[in-house]
Design a protein around this ligand. Structure first.
Ligand SMILES: [Fe+2]
Ligand SMILES: [Fe+2]
Length: 342
């Protein structure tokens, strides 16, 4: 099927501004086409400096950055830095989440919805304001404009029924043959309807560490074959929890009277992810663990690490909003102010 939208030129985003010595070393090495030096490794594993450095190194495997040669993707010195940062991040996550290999209990727990939950989607549904919905979408754009890409890395590492079922879900994420229905495209449509910039990477400089860490976990697990079990756990977390969460965001947007064009992305996920939930559980995880039972502990690790980082993200947003201040590093330009000054 052909797209009804005109093709847009593909442009890599600009490099972001550094946020400390680690990210400065990586960004300078990329900007000035120099070899990266050995990093100092006393950084906070969840802090903005390390998370931004890691994000930039991962981005070389997706769209890259303007002015950075494609060859830097496999630059040995940059890969050495990346490995050191990944070790800090994974060591911290392994220390912060309890180990378990009971995948069934973990999946059951994901499906239990609290009567009155705590996260941003609950807040937005009940009392959020339009500026908070726009901020939430700006944060989420770091992943959703490349939705399903980190999980696509795992396809070649799976076999038989698990591979077939995962590709079925991925096919839907990429629009099931209709480029205008790609979830990344629906997300971009929603951003424009909310008067946000849908350019890839537009909100990287505005994104705090908590936002970067969630995307970095996906890239980390996607790029390492040894973490294929964790990637499936992360994928399961998204697919099993997305349907009710998306429903809350649809209700938030309708309550606030936001444009119907903005609602479509989450409305699509209420439907699609109810189906994906079953496909992931029975189609992907069951045959994966039948073939490779030793992956069970890593599937649980992927689920728990995703939940841990999602909780940090949610706490950051709600903490900022409780003080009536922006959850981004700088507030979004206000639509009304811009319209009146135009
Ligand atoms: Fe999706
Ligand atoms: Fe899905």
């Amino acid at each position: 099927m052909l797209s009804r939208n005109p093709a847009r030129p593909v442009a890599a985003p600009p490099l972001p501004a550094p946020r400390g010595p680690l990210s400065a070393a990586v960004i300078t090495a990329l900007r000035e086409d120099r070899e990266a030096g050995a990093p100092t490794l006393d950084a906070d594993p969840y802090g903005a400096d390390l998370q931004l450095a890691l994000y930039c190194l991962y981005e070389l495997h997706y769209r890259g950055f303007a002015g950075v040669a494609d060859e830097r993707e496999w630059d040995p010195a940059l890969l050495t830095v990346r490995a050191a940062l990944e070790r800090l991040f994974t060591d911290a996550l392994r220390a912060d989440v309890e180990p378990s290999d009971d995948v069934g209990a973990e999946l059951d727990a994901l499906l239990v919805e609290p009567v009155e939950g705590q996260g941003p989607s609950w807040y937005l549904k009940k009392e959020g304001e339009p500026w908070q919905v726009r901020e939430y979408v700006a944060h989420r754009s770091l992943y959703h404009l490349k939705e399903a890409d980190p999980q696509a890395w795992v396809i070649a590492r799976l076999d038989g029924p698990a591979k077939a079922a995962l590709v079925t879900v991925e096919h839907d994420e990429y629009g099931a043959g209709d480029p205008d229905r790609m979830h990344a495209q629906l997300f971009a449509d929603m951003m424009r309807a909310l008067d946000l910039d849908d350019t890839y990477g537009a909100y990287l400089d505005a994104a705090p560490a908590e936002t970067l860490a969630e995307v970095n976990l996906m890239s980390l697990c996607g790029l390492h074959r040894r973490l294929r079990g964790a990637l499936i756990g992360q994928f399961a977390t998204v697919e099993l929890t997305s349907s009710p969460g998306s429903d809350r965001l649809v209700r938030a947007m309708r309550r606030l009277g936001l444009p119907e064009a903005a609602v479509e992305f989450y409305a699509e996920h209420v439907e699609a992810d109810a189906v994906h939930e079953q496909l992931v559980r029975r189609g992907v995880i069951a045959p994966l663990l039948a073939g490779e039972p030793a992956l069970a502990a890593d599937v649980v690790f992927g689920i728990r690490a995703s939940g841990f980082l999602a909780d940090r993200f949610g706490a950051h947003l709600l903490g900022c909003w409780a003080q009536d201040r922006t959850s981004l590093r700088h507030p979004l330009p206000d639509h009304a102010a811009r319209a009146s000054s135009a």
